[in-house]
Each structure stands twice: as C-alpha cells, then as structure tokens.
Design a binder for this molecule. Structure first.
Ligand SMILES: Nc1ncnc2c1ncn2[C@@H]1O[C@H](COP(=O)(O)OP(=O)(O)OP(=O)(O)O)[C@@H](O)[C@H]1O
Length: 249
C-alpha cells in the first residue's frame, strides 16, 4: 500500500460519446507524485478522450476520476492541472507570445507583479525569452510548442498532460523538449506515437488498446515485448532491439 497521496486516481472509468459504443472500458489507474507516465496505443485507442475526461471537458459515463484526492467535476476549473494540446494553434490566440503566457495567470486574478514573475519563469524554463514580442502565428512549429508549454506552466500546474508533444518538431526541438521534460518537476501524462521519445522521457508506460489498459509498468519491459507490442498494432522501438554481436569465425 502506497502511503503517498496519489495525483490521479481513476476507478472503473467507462465512457461513450453520445449514442456511441464504449470508447473507454473500465479503466483503473493511480498516478503518483513525480511520475512521468507515457500513454501509448494505436489510433483510436482512447488516449485523447481519456485526457479530456481528466480535464473535465467530457463527463464520465460511469466510474470516477479524482485529482489530488478531489473528484473531477465537468466544467470545473482546476488550475493544478494543465493540458498541452496536440495542436499549439488551439492554445495560442493572443497578439503576442507574452500575452498568451500571461493570459492564464491574469485570469486567476493575480497581481501584476506576480503575473510578470510567472511569465518570466515560464519563458526561462522553456527557453523562449527572446520570443515574447512575436505574434504566435509567426513562430515555427517548435517555437509554438514551447510557447504553448510556457502558457501552461505559468499556471504552476502540479500535473501536466501532453498530447502528442513531438508532432511537427524537428530533431533539434524534439531533443530540446526531451531535455526539458526530463528536468521538469511536475507529474506528467504524455500520449505519443513517438516511442523512442517515450522511452527517453517516461519512467512508466501504459499501453491502451480499444479503450482498455492492456499493460502498465516499466517502459523498457513493455515496449521491449515484441509479441505484446505487435498484438496491439505497435512496433518495438529500434533502440530496444537486442544488439547481436557480429560473428567472427
Ligand atoms: N467527438 C467525438 N464523437 C464521437 N466519437 C469520437 C469523438 N472523438 C473521438 N471519438 C472516437 O473515440 C475513439 C477514441 O478516440 P481518441 O481520439 O480518444 O483516440 P486516440 O487514442 O487519442 O487516437 P490517436 O492516437 O489517433 O490520437 C475513436 O473511435 C474515435 O473515433
């Protein structure tokens, strides 16, 4: 029995969109402080739907989700949880990057100096100090991703949810994101099809398929299991293929 307080507690969660079959089926899950949990699975497994339920955007059909011990109520704002969307354009809508990053803290009604301090801090950790005056639509894909992350971090969330954070990133920005996530202190849930990325960042992985959790545990063990991965439409990451010594003879 773990005596620490769980960040996320999901019990018997099922969900269907109106008039549709069940998209999530009886999920059970505990996430603990500081964990970096990768969520992998084929297209349509239910990853994004799961995130929308955690954030209270969708309402559970049955079961319960608790965040920091308190049930998620649809529509209720929980500043301790931040979500970085798959498409940064869904998140950036102000005339400048600075305004975008300040938007959340301003809406919390924080004093001006506190808003400025949070913006400075979010810029510093994401390394986008020089982009404050830019209009977001002038940024590259990688810069937009970091700006969207800065906007979420300015809320000082304790759980951050990332949906496909490496999509549209070039190698340099992908590397920068890996470094950033490995050094970040918040608890994280990260859905991605980029399995090498998950392997580098996460200390735990959850494999979902057809709305169920089919495996939950050590990333190298789960992703290194060829039969398991292939049974769920995935491939073992290349870096986990056993290295065969050349035969000299
Ligand atoms: N708004 C919606 N209305 C009805 N069905 C939906 C809606 N959004 C998603 N679905 C269905 O729910 C299922 C799960 O979709 P979801 O987007 O959660 O999967 P995912 O694991 O995030 O997939 P991907 O890896 O492609 O992003 C799919 O069958 C999808 O068609």
């Amino acid at each position: 029995m773990n005596s620490r307080k769980s960040v996320l507690s999901v019990s018997n969660l099922s969900f269907s969109y109106p008039d549709r079959y069940l998209v999530l089926k009886d999920l059970n899950l505990e996430v603990w402080p500081g964990e970096r949990v990768g969520i992998i699975g084929p297209n349509g497994a239910g990853k994004t739907t799961f995130f929308m339920l955690i954030c209270g955007v969708l309402k559970v059909t049955s079961g319960e989700i608790r965040l920091f011990g308190k049930p998620v109520v649809p529509g209720e704002f929980r500043p301790e949880v931040g979500m970085v969307f798959q498409n940064p354009d869904d998140q950036l809508f102000c005339p400048s990057v600075r305004d975008d990053v300040a938007f959340g803290p301003e809406n919390l009604g924080l004093p001006k100096e506190e808003v400025e301090a949070r913006v400075r801090e979010a810029f510093a950790v994401t390394g986008i100090q020089e982009l404050g005056d830019y209009p977001p639509h002038h940024l590259s894909g990688g810069q937009k991703r970091m700006a969207a992350i800065a906007g979420v971090l300015a809320m000082r969330p304790r759980l951050v949810i990332y949906d496909e954070p490496t999509s549209n990133l070039d190698i340099r920005y992908r590397r920068r994101l890996i470094r950033f996530l490995r050094s970040a202190r918040e608890t994280m849930l990260i859905a991605s099809h980029d399995l090498e990325f998950i392997l580098e960042v996460c200390d735990r992985v959850i494999l979902m398929d057809e709305g169920r959790i089919v495996a939950d545990g050590n990333p190298r063990v789960i992703m290194g299991d060829v039969d398991l991965m292939e049974a769920h439409g995935l491939e073992r990451p290349h870096s986990l293929v056993p290295h065969v010594e050349p035969h000299h003879g």
